[in-house]
Design a protein around this ligand. Structure first.
Ligand code: UD1
Ligand code: MG
Length: 487
């Protein structure tokens, strides 16, 4: 008798629906469990090994980031359905079957991240604590009275660094609370806009006490008028609070297609880490800014760990949504490292696409053009492609003359899709986000292709930004603090 025929291979349609299925099973597959366990075991072994030598904190941070990846990966799988049951879910609007997916998975990232950076505290500070308190191997040392009065060498313990570290944790916790609150209650834009500025107060206070530099280097052509340094004073704190407001909000509005919130954040974190490595690897070593850049890496590596696990689930076809929690949290991680690492201007160079999206969005954000609740690109169910989403202009509600003139100009410059009727009245205009603008320029495309192209653009602009920062800046500044001085 002929053996039974093997089952037919699944068609490509059913394959894609398999991989895009939302998280329905809370258990990890055997391969996933083994991979995560191996990664975690390797990281724990590396971590244990750091106690043997000098306790190299950077290696410990790397190992903890691996643990953070595994924990986030498993927890998203285990808790996705629990979040849905609690009402934290959203519809994936750019798919044929509009399924509900778990929302607010950034909360899992934030919690794992915060626990990891707290567990990390002893690693960079261990040696100083031992030296300062005569703990560890020095327990039997008889302390002289004058040492006791000096706080038992406590002056050797880098309090300022620990204060920076703790202030960073407070700021990140505050922003995580705001994000979760927003995902739960959908807080209105005008109510939540300034909250990141309050969350940044601990950072700004530590900056004031620890660093306090509020002057900026003046470009060479302007030096005859303004001098070498221009003192901004209190305005510098206003500027840093502005960066704190801008970074989280700008990531949240460059959103709406699978994977884009996480992929842009991963690119920015990678580029910041690359910038840090330049200071750690390049001569002269140790560079005066070594500490700041090590500090930055201690916060960026675990962020990359939790983000990559989230990206696994959120990339097209998404199985979970990240929620506002992730966008705010990611933005605040960048604010924390750049303010405490004293490189907020470098961060701004890496946020150029977000800035472009914000400036381009301004007509809708500030009410000149109606702003619908969602401005994400429109899914054409017939073609399966994304097209620019539009704001309709009913005959009864046409733009005022100056706005109409500006809209037509933007249309002529190919910066907006404008549809007019025969009488010259506006019928619809595309929504003001760079995702829609990209579709206006490049034509309809699949959701994952749009995400890949925007991520590649973010990477290219960021790399160019770093190039400008370290090379072209030498044309208008005397020196670059990465150790290169013009003769
Ligand atoms: C911001 C944008 C809004 C955009 C939304 C998408 C502004 C002022 N606000 O609002 O225009 O539509 O982000 O995140 O620019 N969603 C998808 N696919 C995705 C990601 C999200 O369909 O890949 C939908 C889901 O229904 C999800 C919802 O968007 O539940 C999340 O929106 P939310 O983050 O609450 O929107 P906002 O941040 O307020
Ligand atoms: Mg959002």
């Amino acid at each position: 008798m002929a053996p039974p025929l093997p089952p037919p291979p699944p068609s490509s349609a059913s394959l894609s629906s398999l991989s895009s299925s939302p998280i329905t099973s809370t258990s990890l597959s055997r391969t996933e469990t083994l991979s995560l366990l191996s990664l975690t075991a390797a990281c724990v072994a590396v971590l244990a090994n750091t106690f043997q030598g000098d306790g190299e904190p950077l290696i410990a941070s790397l190992a903890l980031s691996g643990v953070a990846f595994s924990a986030t990966f498993a927890l998203i799988r285990w808790l996705g359905p629990t979040f849905m049951a609690a009402g934290l879910k959203g519809v994936d609007m750019s798919k044929h079957n509009k399924r509900e997916l778990p929302e607010c998975m950034g909360a899992i990232c934030a919690v794992v991240y915060l626990l990891v950076v707290i567990v990390f505290i002893p690693f960079p500070f261990y040696k100083d604590i031992v030296a300062a308190t005569s703990g560890g191997g020095n327990r039997d040392v008889v302390l002289e009275v004058e040492h006791v009065q000096q706080g038992r060498f406590l002056h050797r313990f880098p309090h300022s660094k620990l204060a920076s570290y703790l202030s960073a944790i407070i700021s990140l916790q505050s922003i995580a609370i705001l994000g979760i609150g927003d995902d739960l209650f959908d807080i209105r834009w005008r109510h939540k806009f300034f909250i990141p500025a309050f969350a940044s107060i601990p950072l700004l206070v530590v900056y004031f006490v620890d660093f306090g530099v509020t002057s900026i280097v003046v470009p060479i052509p302007l030096q005859p008028y303004l001098g070498e340094l221009f003192h901004l004073g209190a305005l510098y704190y206003v500027y840093m609070a502005g960066v704190a407001i801008f970074s989280p909000n700008s990531i949240n509005i460059l959103a709406g297609i699978n994977g884009i919130e996480v992929s842009q954040s991963v690119v920015i974190a990678l580029l910041l880490a690359l910038n840090d490595s330049l200071y750690l690897l390049a001569p002269p070593y140790p560079h005066p800014a070594t500490d700041s850049h090590l500090f930055s890496l201690y916060f960026l590596l675990p962020f990359l760990g939790v983000s990559l696990a989230l990206l696994w689930y959120n990339w097209y076809p998404a199985r979970v949504f990240v929620g506002d929690t992730y966008c705010y949290f990611a933005g605040m991680v960048f604010v924390v490292v750049s303010i405490l690492g004293h490189f907020s201007k470098t961060l701004i160079l890496l946020l150029v696409p977000q800035m472009a999206n914000f400036v381009y969005s301004a007509p809708q954000l500030f009410g000149l053009v109606p702003c619908p609740r969602h401005r994400l690109p429109r899914f054409n169910a017939r073609t399966g492609l994304l097209e620019p989403s539009v704001t309709p202009w009913p005959a009864t509600r046409q733009p005022r003359p100056p706005v109409a003139w500006a809209l037509k100009l933007l249309g002529r410059l190919h910066l907006l899709a404008v549809l007019l009727d025969d009488a010259g009245n506006f019928v619809e205009t595309s929504n003001f986000t760079i995702l829609n603008l990209w579709l206006v320029w490049r034509g309809p495309m699949r959701e994952d292709r749009l995400a890949k192209e925007i991520t590649a653009m973010q990477m290219a602009v960021g790399l160019f930004g770093l190039f400008v920062r370290h090379r072209l800046a030498l044309f208008i500044f005397d020196s670059d603090n990465w150790g290169i001085v013009i003769e």
